[in-house]
Structure formats: structure tokens, C-alpha cells
Write a protein that binds this ligand. Structure first.
Ligand SMILES: C[S@@+](CC[C@H](N)C(=O)[O-])C[C@H]1O[C@@H](n2cnc3c(N)ncnc32)[C@H](O)[C@@H]1O
Length: 371
């Protein structure tokens, strides 16, 4: 006969009270399938497995009613529950780690007599943007080989490379020993099989010894960091060479040159207003700044990538993989898309941007910082 565990033994092993187990039985959440000769509840291996899932979801803060729905899902088998629990727990661990970092930073600031702003105090509770939008990332965000070549060349002869804000792993050189850092579990989960090992951490507090990599790279990520200067200094601390691909957000830069922000989405200026300038970023790590032109058929899928293919911005998957569209809010997004659609069909876009059609590559403020 299958071995059963008594209710007392199960309570002891799981660290819950017998009363809790009786309650789960009474509400139908975990019904022990047998009784001992003395009439005590007895749990089979299957009952224990269900209880493990219930307790796991409970620890994650789910209510009993929600848990009942989760564990009764007919299509979810034991392995799927374990996978889901694992993902949720890793996420919780990362959030806790990020909160500890934020608290440490606030304690340090207070010790120096600096008060943190209300925004800084609340940020630790907000979701990571890429936890919300990241699942659509791979639909359009691919490696653009001509830009990748520039980054890899700038890495020089580095053998060990740290990729910070690594996302799904685009732009990671395959011929070097890469370690990735990515705070979002949603992004980490999309890294392809065989991708470089990935550590859950943030740029601002890299969990590595001083000078432990030949080079550190960051591609299209610095504008998402809470404190870009602190993150760049961390890269400088852990690596001998630093290569960063980012934008020049100055008012005279791409914002006014790029038709999409100039004519349809001026709200972007508000998003970048309080960000450090590219000169400040470069100055923080003593980097030189090199312009990077965007080829007309750029495969990268980032915000400016479709500068000569305006119809692409009408496509939802193109927009969903670029954070700007989420950050400006649904009203601005809808207005911009409607205006662009009208201008494309009336010929107004083509008329206004006639000079672009002849260009093979555009200068839209993308920059490589090399230190
Ligand atoms: C636009 S994606 C770029 C991903 C990847 N580098 C690429 O080029 O495909 C920006 C990434 O930065 C990550 N990120 C956000 N805040 C971060 C931080 N404080 N430190 C490191 N990475 C961060 C996001 O989770 C996201 O994966």
C-alpha cells in the first residue's frame, strides 16, 4: 500500500500548524485522501505535492481562493507548477534584492545628510518596466550586425566581457567569455539556450570584484537605469575597458532631428529631460564619444531603427518592443500613430521628409562611449 504521512508529521515537516491543515481540508484546498486506523488524516504523495504547491503560492502572498483556482487548473501539471513557482520566487528574490540596494543607498544618503526625493523613496516598490513590457521584446529586437561590429571592435582584445542590462543577449559577442547582468526575470527567461550565464543584478550595484573583467559593455540600456552615472562607474570599477551604446538626448540632438519625435511624439522630450547628457555620461568614466549612424534597413528594432520605413511604426509589435511607446502613455501613442497614418496616406510625411529617402544611413544621436 502507498505510504501516507499523518497530519502531525506533515505539519511538522512543512512548518505549519495542524489547525491550518484542518482548515485547508475543510475548505477543500488539500483533502488528505486517507485516514489512519486511529482516524487521523493521512496524506498520500499526491496530497503532499498539492500541499507543497499551495504553501508555495501562499508564501508568495496569494489568497486561498486564488490558490484554489491555480492548483485546480486542469492543464497545469506538477512540473508546470514547479516552473511557475520557481519563476515567481526568483522574481520575488530579485525585487527583495533591489529593495535592499535601494534601502542601503537611502541609509548612505541619510548618513551624509542627503534626503532622498519622494520619487526615489517610492521607486523600489514600482515594477521594473521590462517586467511589464519585456515579453514582446524578441518579436522585433534583433542584433544589427553593422552596429554589433562597432561594439565588438571597441571591445578590442578583451577576452572576458561583462554585458550589463543584457536583456535577451543581443549584441553579446560569441567569440569571448561573456557574463551577463540583467535585473528583469522576464528578459532573462527569453535568453536563448546556450546564451552566456546571466546574473540577476542592477548596473548600480554590480556583484563583482574590482577589475574582474577585461571589458564591460552596455547596449541600449543606460537610459533605463535609476542612476546612470553610478552604473557607469560600477562598470569602470569591475572592468578595464568600458563600451556603451546610448543616445545623445540633448535638445539640439536627435529629438529635433528625428521626424518621429519632432512631428508626432514631442512627449519624448519630457522623458529624457532629467537624464544626464551624453557628455556627462562620458565624463563620468573618461570616455571618448563616437557617433553611430543607423543604416536605413537596421535590424535592431530600437526606437529610431525604422527612420526610413515609417509604416513600421504603425505596427503594434514594433511599438511594444520599444519602451518609449509605453512610457509616453496610451493617449500620446494613439495620437502619434493616427497622425502618422494620416500623413502617410496623404503624402504629407513623404513631402516633409523628402531628403531622407536618398540617405542610406542617418545620424540620429546614437553614440558609442569608449573608455
Ligand atoms: C532596451 S533593453 C536592452 C537589452 C539588451 N542590451 C539589448 O540590446 O537587446 C534595456 C534593458 O535594460 C535593463 N535594465 C533596466 N534597468 C536596469 C538597471 N538598473 N541595471 C541594468 N539593467 C537594467 C532592462 O531590464 C532591459 O533588459
Amino acid at each position: 500500500m502507498e505510504e501516507h504521512l499523518t497530519v502531525g508529521r506533515v505539519a511538522e515537516l512543512a512548518g505549519v500548524s495542524v489547525r491550518t491543515l484542518h482548515h485547508y481540508d475543510a475548505v477543500g484546498l488539500v483533502r488528505p485522501s486517507a485516514r489512519t486506523a486511529a482516524g487521523y488524516r493521512a496524506y498520500s504523495a499526491g496530497d503532499v505535492e498539492r500541499l507543497r504547491d499551495v504553501l508555495g503560492y501562499r508564501r508568495l502572498g496569494f489568497g486561498l481562493r486564488e490558490i484554489a483556482e491555480l492548483v485546480d487548473e486542469p492543464a497545469t501539471d506538477a512540473v508546470a507548477h514547479l516552473r511557475r513557482l520557481r519563476g515567481l520566487l526568483l522574481d520575488q528574490r530579485d525585487r527583495a534584492a533591489a529593495m535592499v540596494t535601494a534601502i542601503d543607498r537611502e541609509l548612505e544618503s541619510r548618513a551624509m545628510g542627503i534626503r532622498t526625493t519622494p520619487e526615489e523613496q517610492l521607486r523600489m516598490f514600482g515594477p521594473q518596466l521590462y517586467e511589464v513590457i519585456g515579453s514582446d521584446y524578441l518579436a522585433t529586437r534583433r542584433t544589427e550586425p553593422r552596429i554589433a561590429a562597432r561594439v565588438w571592435e571597441a571591445l578590442g582584445d578583451a577576452r572576458t566581457v561583462l554585458n550589463v542590462g543584457a536583456g535577451t543577449g543581443s549584441y553579446e559577442p560569441s567569440d569571448r567569455d561573456v557574463t551577463a547582468v540583467e535585473p528583469s526575470a522576464v528578459m532573462r527567461a527569453q535568453r536563448p539556450p546556450g546564451a552566456a550565464r546571466c546574473v540577476a543584478a542592477e548596473a548600480e550595484a554590480l556583484p563583482f570584484e574590482d577589475q574582474s573583467f577585461d571589458a564591460a559593455m552596455a547596449f541600449s540600456t543606460v537610459h533605463h537605469w535609476h542612476d546612470p552615472i553610478a552604473g557607469l562607474r560600477e562598470m569602470r570599477r569591475v572592468a578595464r575597458r568600458v563600451v556603451v551604446f546610448t543616445h545623445d538626448d540633448s535638445a539640439s540632438g536627435w529629438l529635433h532631428r528625428f521626424w518621429l519625435t519632432r512631428d508626432y511624439l514631442p512627449e519624448v522630450a519630457g522623458l529624457v529631460a532629467d537624464r544626464p547628457s551624453v557628455d556627462q555620461l562620458a565624463g563620468a568614466i573618461g570616455a571618448r564619444i563616437e557617433p553611430v549612424l543607423i543604416p536605413w534597413d537596421c535590424a535592431g528594432g530600437f526606437f529610431e531603427a525604422y527612420w526610413r520605413r515609417p509604416e513600421a511604426y504603425l505596427e503594434e509589435p514594433v511599438r511594444r518592443a520599444v519602451s518609449v511607446w509605453t512610457r509616453v502613455g496610451p493617449e500620446a501613442e494613439q495620437r502619434a500613430v493616427d497622425m502618422l497614418r494620416d500623413d502617410l496616406s496623404s503624402g504629407r510625411w513623404a513631402e516633409r521628409n523628402r531628403e531622407l529617402i536618398a540617405l542610406d544611413a542617418a545620424e540620429l544621436g546614437l553614440r558609442l562611449l569608449v573608455a
